[in-house]
Design a protein around this ligand. Structure first.
Ligand code: KG4
Ligand code: ZN
Length: 336
């Protein structure tokens, strides 16, 4: 089975072709980072317009790189939410039009499900069941995964997502957008132990998260400590430690509570090297295996959408048959 995947939920246009026998055949990404950088964050209308301009050329590029004819495609998957509504509509309209023209199914994929399944594209991929920590710019979720489409949300952020906290603190520190990678680079020069940030919600039972307090803590610390280059680096270091440590503590709890020994960490923040270091310590401590997508598939991409579309079709968990299409700005993962 061969599936074309289209991702347009936020600020990356991603397209990929997945083949169930041969794996990923080709993928291409157009990042809008430069477009939004001068505004310090994503401007939804600009994102939609840019997706309109780039999606079809990327599809052509991917099909040509894979030397794939359109009559060899068995389905078209697209991110149907959660995300920016205008941006989602671009991908949905293109995907469903192509699927109609090619007379194959169109599969609306949940963007977070696609992040969750992304490590299954790798050679050393996890078997079900596993616990998944999804850490992106819009969501932080801990999920018990029994199989494709069988998701029980164990915990989630009650306010800012982990990536959002990185972006907001990066902004405070005068770093560009997106802030996560820039903050990680700055933290390398930071001195450990000068500042200490709280580990929110770890002093009580439960698996939910709250990251908005860390942003306030960063602001008040910056005001009282004086604003020089070393202070900023020390602050970035302490903030990153707090986020990574909090995520690891909650994952340890989730693994113990579920009795599972496989952990998937995915979404943009899973590209963070300090996070990966901390999670490999956790894996050793609990005799658990930790799985990530390859670095370029941690952040948004078309490959994870193509794979999730394939997984849905293969599992027979695809119901939409009429021509109408819906996209969802908000869409709980356990409601799919
Ligand atoms: O999954 P993703 O590409 O998009 C969403 O679905 O939201 O995640 C983007 C988020 C941004 O908040 C970005 O700052 C963060 O992931 N991010 C990182 C790193 N790379 C991306 N955060 C921390 N360290 C990184 N290396
Ligand atoms: Zn994402």
């Amino acid at each position: 089975m061969r599936i074309l995947g289209i991702e347009t939920s936020c600020d990356e246009t991603g397209v990929a072709l997945y083949d169930s026998e041969r794996g990923l055949l080709a993928h291409a990404l157009h990042s809008q980072v430069e477009l939004h950088a001068e505004y310090g964050g994503v401007v939804p209308e600009l994102a939609s317009r840019d997706h309109i301009q780039n999606t079809l050329p990327l599809i052509r590029r991917v099909l040509s790189a894979a030397a794939c004819r359109t009559d060899e495609i068995d389905g078209v998957a697209y991110a149907a939410g959660p995300g920016l509504i205008g941006a989602l509509l671009v991908g949905a309209a293109i995907a469903r039009s192509l699927a109609y023209a090619w007379n194959v199914p169109a599969v609306g994929v949940h963007h977070m499900e696609a992040h969750l399944l992304a490590p299954l594209l790798e050679p050393d991929s996890p078997e079900f069941p596993f616990v998944a920590l999804l850490v992106s710019g819009g969501h932080t979720l801990l999920v018990q995964v029994l199989g494709v489409g069988q998701y029980q949300v164990l915990g989630e952020s009650l306010d800012d997502a982990a990536g959002e906290a990185f972006d907001k603190v990066a902004k405070l520190l005068g770093l560009g957008y997106p802030g996560g990678p820039a903050l990680e680079r700055l933290a390398v020069a930071g001195e450990a132990g000068r500042f200490h940030f709280p580990r929110p919600m770890t002093d009580r039972p439960g698996l939910d998260f709250s990251f908005s307090g860390l942003k306030t803590h960063a602001l008040t610390t910056l005001r009282s400590a004086g604003d020089d280059t070393q202070t900023r680096a020390d602050l970035a270091h302490a903030f990153q430690e707090a986020v990574v440590d909090t995520l690891a503590l909650k994952c340890e709890r989730a693994l113990r509570e579920t009795g599972l020994s496989r952990l998937v960490v995915s979404g943009g923040v899973s590209a963070n090297q300090r996070l990966r270091q901390r999670f490999s310590q956790l894996g050793k401590k609990l005799h658990a295996s930790v799985f990530y997508p390859r670095l370029e598939f941690c952040t948004d991409n078309g490959a994870m959408i193509a794979y999730a579309g394939y997984a849905r079709l293969a599992a027979g968990r695809h119901a939409q048959s009429d021509l109408a299409f819906g996209v969802h700005a908000r869409w709980p993962l356990d409601a799919i």
